[in-house]
Design a protein around this ligand. Structure first.
Ligand SMILES: [Zn+2]
Ligand SMILES: [Zn+2]
Length: 497
């Protein structure tokens, strides 16, 4: 879009093209202007309540706001909303102000600013195009309100959960930072309940962010159940929930917020691809208030997070024990020889077949992790040829959710998967195998998460985890050491049966 600038009451003001009939020559894309200071609020102006609610704490493109340019301009001139260029030069680098990206920009002939090569951000394009001439609209937080409510939950926290829960509550009340390092199956969601109750009673804005839509959909009903009077919205690509002061969101959606959340909780902070790290950091920083609380939850903190812990810039609390007080099962190493060669020759490695038979005889469902989609396809074909019925899932599989559901319902005994199911899936009494555990994709943290699928239920707390390999790697050794260390700590603290 193009704007011209003018002075009202000694202050610089941007005026969008089309509002006044001026000389066409004097209009420029918004990024042509230096950032103007926000205008003071005019008290005798009556703003649109709907518009303020829509823009409250958000950071939106004009296409995301169903109000006319005239109404937006009036609110801007009267100090009820702020505008800035979507792409600005920060430290001499073009920077997308919505997602923080500093490279990978594209150029296109733009009808809105009449520039043949208008720069736009490729990183966040799936949420609508931010280009150099796009204004981003924002209204500073005006209100946050939750009806008075108390937590509706009668469960009992384990000792480890209780300790973490106390710290979460304190962190929220004092607006500090905290890492909750909780082993798989320790019950980390319950650890948030008391802190969230405190935040609600103080009318704080709350966000629980997670990389995956599946997790948003799983958390929503659980939290709505324990806080039945509170409006909680779920935000993910394609969601339609209205904006509330308590949201559960995918991290992607956070780019649409600015300076809004008093409490920011990030679940599975390490589950992002490395290159996404900077964008995530920017989005979290932008969406939360500078003085807000920040809590990370994970079973496997990344090296970066651990570095902050070691430098003592990030306080942390560990829950080394599962809620059922049984130790974490320890993975076994099984040398399987050159398994890739066997598969190429059309044979399933013998040791693998034997192991599968033992699990099936013991009526255990099996999740077998395989390093690549291609290998999954080959293996599925070979297994079916020898009479083993199985299903396969991977990240690009549109039927993933349905297949996992069928596996859980015991429609077939074996599920082949990539690391896509390393987290979040709980199958009672499951045995876990990793074929080619030496592959690069099976990092220490991936293996710890995979092992975390086994032994989760109170009824079957011992689980089998077999790492089939053609040469042990450091990551395998570190993963086993990681799990053993947690068990030792849980034992030492008296948190095991
Ligand atoms: Zn962007
Ligand atoms: Zn443009």
């Amino acid at each position: 879009m193009r704007f011209t600038s003018s002075t009202i009451n000694n202050r610089n003001v941007l005026i969008p093209e089309g509002i006044t009939k001026g000389n066409l020559e004097s209009y420029y894309p918004i990024n042509h202007f230096d950032l103007f200071a926000p205008l003071p609020t005019t008290l005798d102006y009556t703003p649109s309540h709907e518009l303020l609610i829509l823009l409250n704490g958000r950071h939106l493109l004009i296409d995301e706001i169903p109000f006319s340019i005239e109404i937006l301009h009036d609110h801007y001139v009267n100090g009820y909303l702020q505008i800035e260029a979507g792409i600005q030069m920060i430290s001499r680098k073009p920077t997308c102000m919505r997602c923080g990206s500093i490279d990978g920009f594209g150029f296109y002939p733009c009808a809105r600013c009449k520039n043949n090569a208008c720069r736009y951000c490729r990183q966040c394009i799936m949420m609508g195009r931010v280009s150099a001439c796009s204004p981003l609209y924002h209204s500073p937080l005006t209100t946050s309100y939750h009806p008075p409510t108390t937590l509706q939950w009668n469960g009992k926290l384990s000792e480890g959960q209780q300790e973490a829960s106390n710290l979460v509550k304190l962190t929220i009340q004092e607006n500090k930072k905290l890492l909750v390092w909780a082993v798989c199956g320790s019950g980390k969601t319950e650890v948030l309940f008391n802190g969230l109750e405190a935040a609600i009673l103080e009318n704080k804005t709350i966000c629980i962010a997670t990389p995956r839509t599946d997790v948003v959909l799983e958390l929503l009903p659980r939290l709505r159940k324990v806080f039945p009077n509170i409006d909680i919205s779920g935000l993910y690509a394609g969601s339609t929930d209205p904006l509330t002061s308590f949201i559960i969101s995918t991290t992607h959606q956070l780019v649409r917020y600015k300076n809004f959340f008093d409490v920011m909780i990030i679940d599975e902070v390490d589950a992002f691809p490395f290159e996404y790290d900077a964008t995530l950091k920017y989005a979290v920083q932008k969406a939360r208030k500078d003085c807000g609380a920040l809590i990370y939850l994970t079973a496997t903190p990344s090296k970066k997070i651990l570095q902050q812990v070691n430098e003592q810039s990030l306080p942390h609390v560990r829950i080394p024990a599962r809620f059922h007080r049984h130790p974490l099962p320890i993975p076994r190493y099984v040398w399987i020889g050159n398994w890739r060669k066997s598969i190429q020759k059309g044979k399933v490695p013998k040791l693998l077949i034997q192991w599968l038979k033992i699990q099936f005889d013991n009526k255990k469902p099996v999740m077998l992790f395989v390093p690549s989609i291609k290998l999954i396809e080959q293996l599925q074909y070979l297994l079916e040829a020898v009479g083993v019925s199985c299903e396969a899932v991977h990240s690009e599989d549109p039927e993933r959710v349905e297949k996992v559901k069928n596996f859980r319902a015991a429609h077939y005994p074996l599920l082949l998967t990539t690391t896509i199911l390393e987290r979040g899936v709980t199958i009672e009494n499951v045995s876990v195998g990793v074929l080619g555990a030496e592959a690069e994709i099976f990092t220490e943290n991936a293996l710890v998460q995979i092992a975390g699928r086994a032994g989760r239920s109170e009824k079957y707390p011992d689980g089998e985890i077999a790492l089939f390999h053609f040469g042990k790697t450091n990551d395998m050794v570190l993963a086993v050491r990681h799990i053993k260390k947690m068990n030792i700590e849980a034992e030492r603290r008296g948190w095991l049966k």
